[in-house]
Design a protein around this ligand. Structure first.
Ligand SMILES: [Zn+2]
Length: 490
């Protein structure tokens, strides 16, 4: 299949967008990551898809625990009255909530929502768990499924049920809670960049894009290969809003009651979709070595069945790699080598090793990295070392490639709506992706809404490190109070 987004050929934007969605669905199906189910918007994670989540989970969980957090579990069903307690929260989530209204053949006295997030249930419980300053901080994380009924769905990126982690912490004061909010955002950035090889911009959300009920929301934002953004993780400072709604008070050292300051933070299985959309190529999936379910595949080639020394050698390499903790598979099935190469490429396996009779005579193997065109020959004596090195190099290479792509499609020269509209026309005409635009913003919701209405560009975040500070608002031309990333987003 010709996938034009990855080529220099020209095509209109709408055709390209369709190509990209089609490529994405093809890629995840050929890689056998998921399947659809009869429940609309709810997917099954197949083992290779689920294992990606397991590796993300392991790394995140390790970082959470290193910073003093512990895991707990809360119920999936939340009473309707809990949502009424925090006004912004119910307004933000009510359109997306699925409800349980009946059980054991009887109508329930109070409807129960399938959780979209657990602030309310946790707020209710923390009000009895927290008594004194000695109980603080409370640093809890939950790994769970959540529900947000979506009209338009895309596997891993937007589904009605998804997997995530949600951290919920309570602190004595604003300073401590804000420190926590930033700490978790930094952990997200480090894991997404280090493990998933996806570069992100960290920054603050505008009030319109804030989490329902938060004082401040911070995010990390990633650019996909079609130029659209994915919000890859968020961390919220909730102030005392949930504490006031749920009466979460503690006795301070002066024996006076005070409200706690809370935070919440989350990342989800959207990260899997992001990995696919950031690293994939026209052959399909490309996985960063650190999360690949299979990091290395060993394939015998030539008339290997007549030459048992080939499989013996591969068995030896297999055992040596396994001993090093590398996730390796030996494909000694009856399929032709060409078929196997293709199949493992579709699965995005980072490194392939080929061994045939001639290689054996030369005491070498052929090694191919998934994202490189050429095979290289490697001595059998040092093959384990060469593979380890290639896995590390590829991890960095993928990050650098994604970063170069992002820089290429980040536009910092657009300062008003005429220029933005011209840029969109040019992109369409030239068959290029519009990417992201860094622009000034006056702080008015109306300007942000109008940009969105006219161009479908939404504010992604106000980056902490502004590459080029802007003086005037993209929309109204008044003095800019912030410099913001604008982009179309998933
Ligand atoms: Zn404005």
């Amino acid at each position: 299949m010709l996938f034009l987004l990855f080529s220099q050929e020209e095509k209109t934007m709408s055709e390209k967008t369709n190509d990209f969605s089609k490529w994405y669905i093809d890629t995840i199906q050929k890689a056998d990551l998921m399947d659809y189910t009869p429940v609309r918007g709810c997917i099954a994670f197949k083992p290779d898809g689920y294992e990606l989540w397991e590796h993300i989970k392991e790394e995140m969980d390790k970082r959470f625990k290193e910073t003093g957090h512990r895991n707990a579990y809360f119920p999936m069903l939340i009473p309707e009255s809990f949502f009424q307690k925090e006004k912004d929260h119910i307004e933000g989530f009510s359109p997306e909530l699925p409800w349980v209204t009946e059980a054991a053949g009887e109508k329930l006295e109070e409807r129960l929502a399938l959780r979209p997030t657990s602030e309310t249930m946790i707020g209710h419980l923390y009000s009895s768990w927290i008594k004194s300053y000695r109980d603080l901080p409370v640093l809890i994380n939950q790994w769970a499924n959540v529900f947000r009924w979506e009209k338009k769905t895309l596997p891993f990126i937007r589904t009605s049920e998804f997997l995530w982690q949600e951290g919920h912490t309570a602190h004595v004061d604003e300073e401590d809670a804000r420190k926590e909010t930033m700490q978790m955002l930094t952990i997200y950035k480090e894991v997404v960049e280090g493990l998933l090889a996806i570069p992100v911009y960290e920054g603050q959300k505008t009030p319109l894009e804030r989490f329902a009920g938060a004082i401040d929301t911070y995010s990390i934002e990633a650019m996909m290969k079609d130029g659209k953004a994915v919000q890859a993780g968020t961390s919220h400072y909730l102030g005392t809003k949930f504490a006031e709604a749920f009466e979460i008070k503690y006795l301070n050292k002066e024996n006076k009651h005070e409200y706690v300051h809370t935070t919440s933070w989350g990342t989800s299985t959207r990260l899997i979709g992001s990995v696919i959309m950031v690293h994939g190529d026209e052959q399909g999936l490309v996985l960063p070595p650190r999360i690949a379910p299979t990091q290395v595949v060993l394939i015998p080639v030539g008339p290997w069945k007549k030459n048992p020394a080939i499989i013996e050698k591969l068995d030896g390499i297999f055992a040596a790699l396994k001993a090093e903790g590398i996730r390796v598979r030996l494909d000694d099935s009856d399929q032709s080598p060409g078929f196997k190469f293709n199949e493992w490429e579709l699965k995005g396996v980072p490194v392939r090793i080929e061994l045939g009779p001639r290689d054996l005579d030369n005491n070498q193997v052929l090694m191919k990295a998934r994202d490189e065109a050429e095979k290289v020959s490697v001595s059998i004596e040092t093959v384990v070392e060469s593979i380890k090195q290639e896995l590390a190099t590829m991890q960095t290479r993928l990050f650098e490639k994604a970063k170069a792509f992002r820089e290429e499609h980040s536009h910092t020269h657009i300062d008003n709506m005429d220029q933005l509209e011209q840029h969109l026309k040019d992109s369409e005409h030239n068959g290029t992706i519009p990417g992201w635009v860094l622009a000034g913003w006056c702080g008015e919701n109306s300007c942000e809404e109008s940009v969105k209405e006219k161009t479908k560009f939404t504010t992604r975040n106000i980056p902490f490190n502004v590459p080029v500070p802007k003086q005037t608002c993209l929309h109204c031309g008044e003095k800019a109070t912030h410099t913001v990333w604008f982009a179309r987003a998933y």
